[in-house]
Design a protein around this ligand. Structure first.
Ligand code: UD1
Length: 417
């Protein structure tokens, strides 16, 4: 089993080039399945989730090759509309292949994603939307059998909650469906906008992506294209948090500052200094940090749930009391046990975490509980006194492309063993 061994307390200083966004690469890989020509996706991060997505494409008969952060997909040879159960379990976001398979082949067989480390993650909004679009769904022993006896057609769909996954799945099913689909109360995350831009480059007719109402006019065919995946805003937040926790000064290159408003604002409230151009962030934490009165996770453009654990790791050592409210997932505080083992003072009350800043965290052996929880442990370990060992790295490897190399380059003492 691999682990990170970190000797904390080193101030981070230097440049990092931000990797491509996992949460954009995965839906776009799935969208490539809808195209008749070849798609070349640049800036794809090398992550276990991306490999799993490539395996789903290969299993369905597409040709898929990854080299130097570029994935080339040829989907004309598609013949199998099944998402293998093991990949469904390995990566919950396999569910976004459902919409693409329905759009491309009119059917799909897929495992039913169960709960996960963040709590129950239902897909009722996805399935209700598909049914409105003409999909018949039968569930047997936890397997979903989806067919479209009369073809897939557009529909007016109002989402009860602006679910990112459901918005993506509907878009994927709608681009080749018959007629117009209108999604109201759609998710507005930047990754939705990126998916729409890729699909439009392939010939899809979409307007309103990035806003609350998205209009999609189905077309007969999509062709492939060359497309560059947007920078990862959560990885950006992670490196900012690592610098903040160690009193560091870093420059982030190839970032997408337009998608970071809610995040940069929080670091500024903590008294970090951030100046940025469109693609570069100059960040410094050379003053004592300030606690945050109330930080609430919200759908975009609010503060992202994915950055909650990461910012909590910084606040653990900030004088004063910070309050964090998690409104998106029911069970997203599992990382707090590890942080407390490292000396943090955190109280959990339902969906709120009260963080009383301590002077210093100390090293400990901890297990990554989930992807972003693991990232929080990395940040805590970088700033703690002594040695921190993090196990269960498979969680971290789902979302971070060689983090130990990136951090070692800017002065961290971290090794993968
Ligand atoms: C969520 C995040 C996304 C993040 C991703 C990975 C939000 C709004 N979404 O996206 O930014 O990148 O996790 O961590 O912050 N829900 C239902 N029924 C459904 C679908 C969702 O009840 O069919 C509920 C979920 O239980 C959850 C909320 O809606 O409480 C958010 O779900 P959703 O946006 O779909 O989650 P992801 O797409 O995984």
């Amino acid at each position: 089993m691999q682990k990170f061994v970190i000797h904390g307390g080193k101030r981070l200083e230097g440049d990092i080039t931000v990797q491509g966004a996992k949460n954009s690469a995965l839906p776009i890989l799935s969208a490539a399945m809808l195209c008749d020509g070849e798609s070349i996706l640049e800036n794809c991060p090398e992550l276990s989730d991306v490999y799993a997505a490539c395996q789903i494409l290969t299993h369905s008969g597409c040709r898929c090759r990854m080299e130097n952060h570029t994935v080339t997909i040829q989907a004309e040879t598609i013949q199998n509309a099944e998402i293998p159960e093991n990949l469904m379990q390995e990566m919950r976001s396999s569910i976004i292949f459902l919409g693409a398979m329905l759009g491309r082949t009119g059917e799909c067989i897929s495992g039913y994603p169960g709960g996960c480390e963040l709590g129950s993650r239902p897909i009722d909004l996805h399935l209700q939307a598909f049914q409105k679009m003409g999909v018949k769904i039968q569930e047997e022993n936890g397997i979903l059998f989806c067919t479209t006896p009369n073809g897939l057609h557009g529909a007016k769909i109002h989402l009860q909650f602006p679910s990112v996954g459901a918005t993506e799945n509907i878009m994927l099913a709608a681009v080749l469906a018959d007629g117009e689909t209108i999604i109201s109360n759609a998710a507005r995350e930047p990754e939705i906008f990126d998916l729409a831009n890729y699909l439009k480059k392939c010939g899809a007719k979409i307007t309103g992506a990035g806003e609350s109402t998205i209009f999609i006019e189905g077309v007969k065919k999509l062709h492939g294209c060359t497309y560059r995946i947007m920078p990862d805003r959560i990885v950006t937040a992670t490196w900012l948090a690592a610098a903040a926790a160690t009193g560091g000064t870093i420059r982030l290159l190839q970032a997408d500052t337009g998608s970071l408003e809610g995040i940069l604002d929080v670091f500024e409230q903590m008294h970090c200094s951030c100046s940025h151009t469109k693609k570069t962030i100059c960040f410094s934490a050379n003053k004592p940090l300030k606690a945050i009165r109330c930080l609430k996770t919200m759908p975009y453009p609010g503060f992202p749930t994915d950055a909650q654990a990461i910012v909590m790791a910084v606040l653990c050592q900030v004088k004063g009391t910070s309050l964090i409210e998690e409104t998106i997932f029911e069970n997203r505080f599992r990382h707090t046990d590890a942080l407390m083992r490292m000396g943090a003072d955190i109280q959990i009350a339902g969906r709120a975490a009260i963080v009383h800043g301590v002077k210093k965290l100390h090293g400990a052996t901890v297990s990554a509980t989930d992807l972003r929880g693991g990232a929080a442990m990395l940040i805590a370990g970088l700033s703690a006194e002594g040695e921190t060992v993090i196990t269960e790295l498979s969680h971290i490897d789902r979302g971070y492309d060689k983090p130990e190399k990136i951090l070692a380059n800017i002065g961290a003492d971290i090794r993968r063993r």
